[in-house]
Design a protein around this ligand. Sequence first.
Ligand SMILES: NC(=O)c1ccc[n+]([C@@H]2O[C@H](COP(=O)([O-])OP(=O)(O)OC[C@H]3O[C@@H](n4cnc5c(N)ncnc54)[C@H](OP(=O)(O)O)[C@@H]3O)[C@@H](O)[C@H]2O)c1
Length: 323
Amino acid sequence: MRNTTLGTRGPRVGVIGLGAMGMSFLYDMAAPRDEATSVSVIHQALDLGVTLIDTADVYGPHTNEELVGRALTGRRDRAVLATKVGRVVVDPTGGPDNLPILAGNGRPEHIRASIDASLRRLNTDHVDLYQLHRVDPQVPIEETWGAMAEAVAAGKARHLGLSEVTVEQIQRARAVHPVTTVQSEFSLWTRGVQAEVLPYCRQHGIGLLPYSPLGRGFLAGRFTSFDQLPHNDHRRRLPRFQQDNLWANLAIAAKVREVADRIEATPAQVALAWLVAQGPHVVPIPGTKTPAYLVDNAGAADLRLSPADLADLDAVPPAVGAR
Ligand SMILES: NC(=O)c1ccc[n+]([C@@H]2O[C@H](COP(=O)([O-])OP(=O)(O)OC[C@H]3O[C@@H](n4cnc5c(N)ncnc54)[C@H](OP(=O)(O)O)[C@@H]3O)[C@@H](O)[C@H]2O)c1
């Protein structure tokens, strides 16, 4: 797979990464988990050159890091391992559809305690990228980021990243310690970062990691009605997936499929190739626990969209409903 560099001084990674969250958390929670298949997806990812593996301590909670740690046993040096800190489960089943309720915790003492717990679960002595999952509005970002920089000084993390931040928050963090990456929801139906964060990252040598790059499966054509969503699934509580909004949003998925059919690719590949075309600093992290989807997504690295295809995709209508 083609490689790129995360940030100006960060690690080399395949231009398509892998998000591990859905292997353990938030989607399809009523279904039994198939750990062996998830582990084989991670192994196959490394074989395909999909080297950036993204997890978080809160996924599971905690079990997703353990799964990734088991999968990387004996393969650790082939992966660029990214985890996150700063979100905690306040109620495991108290949300709608028996889903967890999460809250931020950016207090320095929480950050200091969390890195060692993550390393233990991940079965490693360092992570390549340690990301702040959300800025805690109760704690100045400088304090949280300073505690994360201590993990770098101690050799427990190689690089630091942010998630869902404004340019102002990136600037404040950079004044304390370099920002290697910013992770944000970014896809053909969630384009808010294009206004400020994407150009800022390009200008300052910061990698941008689009999360939910397939619109949580919607852009890949997985869902055409609300009833197709599994039970105990985070998507059931998102406005965009409610029936009326979802129907309106089918125009976006239809355009992705139209381009895919024209160039003999899949909708997922088109959605990912559009992101990769936004710049060499952009590395989407599609999530999957399905071997065939992993191969499909990795294939997006070789797909070059023409200027006409890109213009067609740029013109998709804005999504209906909050993300
Ligand atoms: N920083 C943050 O706050 C944040 C928030 C959300 C997610 N993330 C990260 O971003 C990663 C990806 O986001 P995501 O999982 O929310 O959304 P996503 O990657 O947009 O979509 C995942 C969904 O699409 C399906 N899928 C994947 N590839 C497909 C293909 N080729 N064809 C058809 N369907 C396909 C998956 O199915 P299966 O799972 O059934 O294979 C899953 O249901 C996560 O794993 C996590 O690491 C970060």
